[in-house]
Design a protein around this ligand. Structure first.
Ligand code: DGJ
Length: 732
């Protein structure tokens, strides 16, 4: 068992292969956090906690005259609002009498074999070969109204500890949960850097590193989706931590809606990290006997730098979060119609493109937006999920059959959660959207959002989708969502329950995705929200890949994919080769460079195949062959960021290494051409120092490549790229 408790059952030590996490129930029944870090002897680390008489930091009544005991200063496992701890808290409850003051005390705990699951919510699961244990610690408020069940999942081999919280009302009247965050980690000692990933549409997940300083630094979303603007994944590292060295903690939220991630330093220079559902659009009424489950967070620790931390998440999310056939099956190389024809196509045009695609070695043809309802522009049609045969000049089955005859699979785009006012569905059911009575709703991309908190609305949309999927052979669905949510109000809920709508919407989304994946287990689902507006671990439970960004410019993608790689594996990152000049930036980049960058993702194309020149054709054929050859190395290999695009302007480098260290692929994109200079070199990572590796016919010891480095080829034109294969001698 990876969970230990001492004889008095007051200390709980969770151990993974390389990390350790400890809590202690103190004399007053308060659950203290005593340690998270490198694995060691499961000794009681509470000796590190200091007690002193701090002015203006009050004392719980039970402490009597003991003025050195204050929750305002102690490291706690689940701090609650109104307990005398004035720092940011995890839980805020409104009692039936309108009060908020609350204290939690230990009641019991329970150990279970295996990893807990959460009703209606995504969660890391333990595959057959993944040992896992669960600890549930139950606290109760001192007014004896509710329990707080703290869930811990320990996935030893993965070095991952998951957390969730369940609030159970056992009182006589409804409670209002005004804030239920999923995780708090208190660090009494040490200085830290907080790493977050900010951005905007077409520029997602830019890495930002700042010292945790006095006060609060928070990121989050109240847009109804995890958002382009901030990502529900953060790192906390030592100030010295680099890619290869230093202490790193990761906190990833398995949730696709509003979130809050917060780092703070208190009056005693103690650091507190919190993560959970953003309280802004949240207030949940919990009736007697009801339980509320907060979404899961996944925590990881390593003392070996950020690359090792990312690799923990890469492995865990590929192996124990993504599900379905395409968790392991090779994903087809696809051609997506969006940037080639947008909504301006008919069936004939698509088949022409598919013919060329088949000749190039592409395996899946995806018809993006524009095939349904009245949809030639984005002003109309959303909600009417029936094929526009007039526009296509054929039926969906006919089109799919034609495409299959060419040896390709067929995929299709949906945006199930949204609706245009100019649609038959809206004309029939104007009350099905999120809309506040008496106020005109905010529109986004000319569309409104369907009320997915409603079962009837979801059932209708799911039926429409199934009808389409059953009408033809369709192997892939892109599930898009193209606006931020506003006007959060559901026509079916009473006023006192309107604070639940944003969360119920996400539960509704998950419910629908669960039903869809259960009904079509072989379907490849790709998540999307105007690119990467909902790129989070919650979605990965349902869709094993997510379109990373609407920006397909290879150079911009370097930093977008770099930032994304901190918390998410390459196998989840949707990336395509698009045409040039690029539609978003106007930049011209070599076709080979666009492929190099797209190969650090799911790899596909998004250009008009009919416009490919005779010179480009064999190049693309070769790229596809190469991607297939390196598929396992890229998708399942260890991923190393070799340069930081913000700090190293000359070129950007990354590397995939087979877990047995026998093979690697070094990728380089030149960003600046320097005349009259000496060649730079890059130190490789993850190789075996004692092995001999062959690179372009020349032998190098692994130690030389890692300690000395590899000479970067001289680029002769801007944005030239190199894919350099490295293989152990005698395995070529
Ligand atoms: C946004 C997506 O990110 C694009 O790839 C494309 O599918 C459009 N929506 C279609 O409207």
């Amino acid at each position: 068992m990876a969970i230990l408790s001492n004889e008095t059952k007051s200390i709980f030590t969770l151990q993974t292969d390389h990390s350790m996490y400890q809590m202690k129930v103190d004399a007053y029944g308060v659950l203290l956090h005593t340690y998270y870090g490198e694995k060691g002897t499961p000794f009681d680390l509470s000796y590190l906690i200091t007690y002193a008489d701090h002015g203006f930091s009050g004392n719980p009544y039970e402490a009597g005259d003991e003025r050195t005991y204050s929750l305002d200063a102690l490291p706690q496992e689940y701090p609650v609002y109104g307990s005398g701890d004035y720092r940011a808290s995890a839980l805020k409850v409104r009692y039936p009498d309108g009060s908020h003051a609350c204290e939690l005390r230990y009641v019991k705990h329970q150990l279970q074999k295996g990893k807990y699951a959460l009703p209606g919510l995504p969660a890391v699961y333990a595959e057959k070969d993944t040992p896992a244990d669960t600890l549930i610690i139950t606290l109760e408020d001192t007014r004896k109204s509710f329990y707080v069940h703290l869930y811990y999942g320990v996935l030893e081999d993965l070095d991952l500890i998951t957390r969730s919280v369940c609030i159970e009302n056992h009182g006589e009247a409804p409670l209002y949960l005004e804030q239920v965050l999923s995780t708090c980690i208190d660090f009494q000692h040490g200085e830290y850097h907080l790493h977050t990933f900010y951005g905007r549409h077409m520029k997602e997940r830019t890495h930002q590193r700042i010292p945790v300083s006095h006060g609060i630094h928070s990121v989050g979303s109240s847009r109804g989706a995890s958002s382009h603007q901030h990502n529900p994944f953060i790192l906390l590292t030592s100030p010295q931590a680099t890619e290869d060295h230093g202490e790193c903690y990761g906190l990833s939220f398995l949730y696709s809606g509003d979130f809050l991630a917060l780092g703070s330093k208190d009056q005693f220079s103690q650091t507190r990290i919190l993560m959970g559902i953003h309280p802004d659009n949240f207030c949940y009424r919990l009736d007697t006997g009801e339980r509320f489950y907060a979404p899961e967070t996944a925590m990881a620790y390593t003392s070996h730098g950020m690359a090792a931390l990312s690799q923990i998440y890469h492995r865990a999310y590929r192996h124990d979060l993504c599900r379905g056939r395409y968790k392991t099956a090779r994903r087809p190389v696809l051609l997506n119609s969006w940037e080639s024809v947008y909504m301006d196509f008919d069936g004939k045009k698509l088949v022409e493109m598919a013919k060329d695609a088949a000749d190039l070695g592409i395996e899946l043809f995806v018809m993006d937006d524009g095939w349904f309802g009245k949809r030639d522009r984005d002003v109309s049609g959303l909600g009417d999920w029936h094929v526009n045969e007039e526009k296509l000049g054929c039926g969906l089955k006919g089109l799919s059959d034609e495409i299959h005859k060419l040896g390709l699979q067929f995929g299709i785009w949906f945006e199930p959660e949204c609706i245009n006012e100019d649609s038959d569905l809206y004309r029939k059911h104007p009350d099905w959207v999120l809309k506040v009575p008496g106020k005109a709703p905010v529109r986004g991309r000319y569309q409104l959002v369907l009320d997915f908190s409603r079962e009837d609305v979801r059932a209708y949309i799911l039926k429409q989708i199934c009808q389409v999927l059953d009408s033809a052979r369709i192997e892939y669905v892109k599930w898009d969502f193209n606006r931020s949510i506003s006007d959060i109000y559901s026509a079916l809920l009473p006023p006192e329950r309107q604070g639940e709508v944003a969360h119920r919407y996400i539960l509704g989304l998950y419910d629908m995705l669960e039903k869809l994946t259960a009904r079509y287990p072989d379907l490849l689902l790709e998540g999307c929200s105007g690119g990467g507006g909902r790129f989070d671990a919650g979605m990965l439970y349902y869709t094993p890949q997510i379109w990373c960004s609407d920006n397909t410019d290879a150079i911009d993608r370097l930093s977008i994919q770099y930032g994304t790689s901190f918390g998410y594996p390459v196998s989840t990152i949707g990336a395509h080769v698009s045409h040039c000049p690029n539609d978003q930036t106007g930049r011209i980049t070599p076709l080979e460079t666009r492929a190099t960058v797209a190969m650090a993702g799911t790899f596909g194309y998004e250009l008009d195949t009919n416009e490919i020149t005779e010179e480009e054709r064999p190049v693309i054929q070769q790229q596809i062959q190469e991607f297939k050859k390196y598929y396992d190395l890229i998708q399942d290999g260890l991923y190393y960021r070799l340069t930081d695009p913000d700090r190293y302007p000359a070129c950007h480098c990354w590397e995939f290494v087979k877990p047995d260290h026998s093979e690697a692929l070094l990728c380089i994109v030149a960003l600046q051409i320097q005349p009259n200079t000496v060649r730079s070199c890059i130190r490789l990572k993850g190789l075996s120092p004692d092995k001999i590796y062959m690179i372009e016919g020349r032998a190098y010891p692994g130690s030389a490549l890692m300690n000395g480095g590899y000479l970067i080829p001289n680029a002769t034109s801007e944005y030239e790229s190199f894919r350099i294969h490295i293989i152990e001698k005698n395995r070529e």
